[in-house]
Design a protein around this ligand. Structure first.
Ligand code: HEC
Length: 123
């Protein structure tokens, strides 16, 4: 009997291990979005200004938009993926919505978007 249990453990383990770990979306932001939207999301660095990335910390814009609209932009990009690339290959719709709710809405001018949002943006 113990051998059968061991066998089950061996065949079941890979199935458990395959459940994808939740993506670290702040890290994803740092790797994919910073170059256009800036470390804090305010698009104040040179590249962001040139590309005219949306200031994600702008209160009026944030109030006027919805989580769903933000998630849609992240998945589809802007201007057919030209101005802003589409991320539908990298993110699931659920991850995009989570990104909208937690990362984009959590952005604060002057605070680096990162694990704890505390680091200050250097001018
Ligand atoms: C190549 C530059 C570029 C990259 C990379 C980029 N964006 Fe954008 N983003 C833009 C531009 C340009 C706009 C449009 C600004 C405007 O309409 O004024 C935009 C707009 C947005 C908006 C506003 C959407 C709306 O409907 O108003 C959100 C939210 C956003 N980006 C999030 C992200 C996130 C999250 C990432 C990373 C996963 C990202 N962007 C990566 C350039 C970029």
């Amino acid at each position: 009997m113990p051998t059968r249990v061991a066998f089950l453990v061996i065949i079941c383990f890979p199935m458990v291990a395959q459940v994808p770990a939740p993506k670290d979306l702040r890290r994803f932001y740092q790797q994919n979005c910073v170059r256009c939207h800036g470390a804090d999301g305010a698009a104040l660095d040179a590249a962001g200004k040139k590309l005219r990335g949306q200031d994600l910390t702008d209160a009026a814009w944030r109030q006027a938009t919805s989580d769903e609209a933000i998630a849609k932009t992240i998945l589809k990009g802007k201007f057919f993926g030209q101005a802003m690339p589409a991320y539908k290959k990298e993110l699931t719709p659920e991850e995009a919505l989570q990104m909208a709710k937690e990362v984009v809405r959590g952005a604060t001018k002057g605070k680096v978007i990162g694990p704890d949002n505390t680091e200050v943006v250097k001018p």
